[in-house]
Design a protein around this ligand. Structure first.
Ligand SMILES: Nc1ncnc2c1ncn2[C@@H]1O[C@H](COP(=O)(O)OP(=O)(O)OP(=O)(O)O)[C@@H](O)[C@H]1O
Length: 585
């Protein structure tokens, strides 16, 4: 299945605003009460802002014009009280929504991380981790910023605009409508330009993801970079990605900022119209001076938030672009679901039934493969590099599903087992063992949920019982030996020993070792052999190895190459096949 992200053409991401906004609703789930409280606070603070010009007009016409300074004093006090109420409600609104934004950020990051954990190996093969990190960190934060700041500003500005607009038209329809003409023109322009702004924002986030991808790849490969002194290679790649991000963010910046001067111009035109037309009305005796002052304040109350909307609009487009990128991940469905089992066939621990497999867009690595592995036996997979051994083992552990045919575990379709059931039955020691920061003990118990809470003493005892404790002598502080920086400070052989203990301790029915002893000295390798011999008689072992001495004890050898998995018979014919296969490949 194709899991490749970043295939979306930014020019096609034109989505009506209504659809975009409805996609924001699920992330607000559970925040209804807080949003309602913030909304109430907005209504209060907008009402206070809208009441003030009426009071000012009243003070001018009623008290200043008649020289009633006591009235001026009393009404100024009322005005101050109204401003204070506005201040408190603004505070309540920004505090509530700040928290809502943080919680949405928290939930989105959890949701996207959980989703990543559910996705199959194929997804990680097809996407750069830097881009995924950027989605978790940057894109979610765009949505937080929108909720914490922009959304409420958007709503309070919208409330002010509607309120001021209604008051402007109802106090004097002709003057009001004249004042609104520039706004109508500029809103039409906004509608036309919004799609472009969102597309440029999307491209800017996408290139930011690309930049993170380059950083992650160069950090992961720094040893190769130093060894080959090829600083220039990654520097050039980084410079390319940085340049692309720079160009995209400049475009996004231009697009986002284009509204501001447009709205500024509309505001000035609106004020000018009211002033000119208002003076005409005053000279005709149709308007009072106080009302003109009130009117100009309303025009300001109308156009100021409209100007702010221009900035908020850009933030909304950025949040929608971020949500697009997050939704892309959240909408992915693992095609590795658990399916109902068909009939149980045979009692082999593992079986391939007409299995074919190819990687996305690639050629068949395996074609119509049939074999079964019996309990308690040791099998070896040999074959030239790139022949398909690791792929065969990966299918046994259901890291991938076959393109055709069925893989059977204990006679049942392997897809019928839950991930936990599979993990209990199969121990897979990968070619490149993964360790995380902690101690050797932590890393061993990682693969053994039941042992995770055991004290070290108990863990040592378990290792002893499994005959694995002799391997611990290869670590100077035993189970307490620190593992730092994802195991980078360990030798590859030591990492393989830890991975071996982790897998063998679980006592799986099927133990797969993919080149698991390639970096281990001969003495330790002999020790591992003894341990493998001492595994319970029912354990089936699959060993992938290039060194033929490692597979001396195999009951059966399979030769994997050119899409086939062929029983090699004796060791001698396996060697022949290997030599011929390698010469051909
Ligand atoms: N994640 C992947 N995506 C695409 N193609 C892949 C992937 N992994 C392996 N391949 C291809 O599948 C083929 C078989 O690879 P595989 O790793 O199974 O070989 P192998 O026999 O284990 O090799 P080696 O002995 O070098 O470990 C190769 O041609 C390889 O390029």
């Amino acid at each position: 299945m194709h899991y490749r992200l970043n295939t979306k053409d930014t020019n096609q991401s034109k989505e009506p605003l209504r659809v975009g906004l409805t996609r924001l609703l699920p992330v607000m789930a559970g925040e209804g009460r807080n949003v309602a409280l913030a909304f109430f606070a907005i209504i209060v603070s907008s009402s206070t802002t809208l009441t003030a010009p009426l009071i000012i007009a009243h003070i001018v016409d009623r008290f200043i014009a008649t020289g009633d300074y006591q009235g001026v004093f009393v009404w100024s006090g009322i005005l101050l009280g109204i401003y204070l109420i506005g201040l408190v409600s603004s505070y309540v609104q920004s505090r509530t929504m700040g928290r809502v934004g943080r919680r949405i950020l928290f939930n989105l990051r959890n949701a996207i991380f959980t989703k990543l954990q559910e996705l199959p190996v194929a997804f990680f093969n097809q996407n750069k981790s830097g881009d995924l990190i950027s989605r978790i960190n940057n894109d979610t934060d765009k949505i937080n910023q929108f909720f914490a700041q922009a959304l409420m500003q958007f709503l309070s500005n919208a409330a002010l605009i509607v309120g001021a607009g209604i008051l402007l038209v109802s106090l004097n329809p002709r003057l009001g409508l004249a004042a609104l003409v520039p706004a109508i023109v500029v809103l039409g322009a906004t509608r036309l330009l919004s799609g472009w702004v969102k597309r440029t924002s999307f491209a800017s986030l996408q290139t930011l993801g690309g930049l993170s991808g380059e950083i992650q790849e160069s950090l992961a490969n720094f040893k190769v970079i130093v060894a080959f002194n090829r600083l220039d290679y990654f520097r050039d790649k980084f410079a390319g990605a940085n340049q692309a991000n720079y160009a995209a963010s400049v475009k996004a910046g231009v697009a986002s900022n284009i509204f501001l001067p447009l709205y500024g111009l509309a505001a000035n035109l609106g004020t000018l119209i009211v002033l000119a037309y208002g003076i005409v009305l005053i000279s005709n005796g149709e308007l009072t001076t106080g009302l003109l002052i009130g009117y100009i304040l309303y025009v300001t109350n109308f156009y100021m938030p409209l100007r702010q909307l221009a900035t908020i609009w850009a933030s909304l487009q950025l949040a929608l672009a971020g949500l697009d990128r997050i939704s892309e991940v959240l909408a992915l469905k693992s095609d590795m679901a658990v399916v109902p089992s068909d009939n149980t066939k045979g009692d082999a621990v593992m079986g391939f039934e007409s299995v074919s497999f190819h990687y996305p867009g690639g050629q068949d690595v395996l074609t119509d493969i049939n074999f079964s592995l019996e309990r308690g036996k040791t099998y070896a997979l040999i074959g030239p590099t790139g022949g398909g051994k690791t792929t065969t083992a990966s299918l046994m552990a259901r890291l991938y599903d076959p393109s055709a045919g069925t893989v059977r575990l204990n006679g049942r379709d392997i897809r019928a087992f839950t991930a936990q059931e599979r993990a209990d039955a199969i121990g897979f020691i990968l070619q490149e063992p993964f360790l995380f920061t902690g101690t050797v003990g932590d890393n061993i118990s990682y693969g053994n949920a039941a042992f995770a809470d055991l004290a070290d003493g108990k863990l040592s005892q378990k290792l002893d019982e499994a005959g694995l404790s002799r391997l611990l002598s290869r670590f100077d502080q035993g189970l307490d030996t620190p593992v730092s920086a994802s195991g980078d400070a360990m030798s590859l052989g030591q990492k393989q020993l830890i991975a071996f203990m982790r897998a063998a301790l679980r006592n799986p029915q099927l133990l797969i070792l993919d080149e698991a002893t390639a970096n281990i000295d001969t003495v330790t390798e002999k020790l591992l052999e003894d341990i493998l011999d001492a595994l319970p008689a029912q354990t089936t072992t699959v060993i992938i190895a290039h060194r033929l001495n490692t597979i001396n004890n195999a009951d059966e050898i399979f030769f994997v190459n050119g899409g086939t998995v062929t029983p090699a018979g004796s060791m001698e014919s396996a060697v022949d096949m290997l030599l011929n296969g390698q010469m051909r490949s």
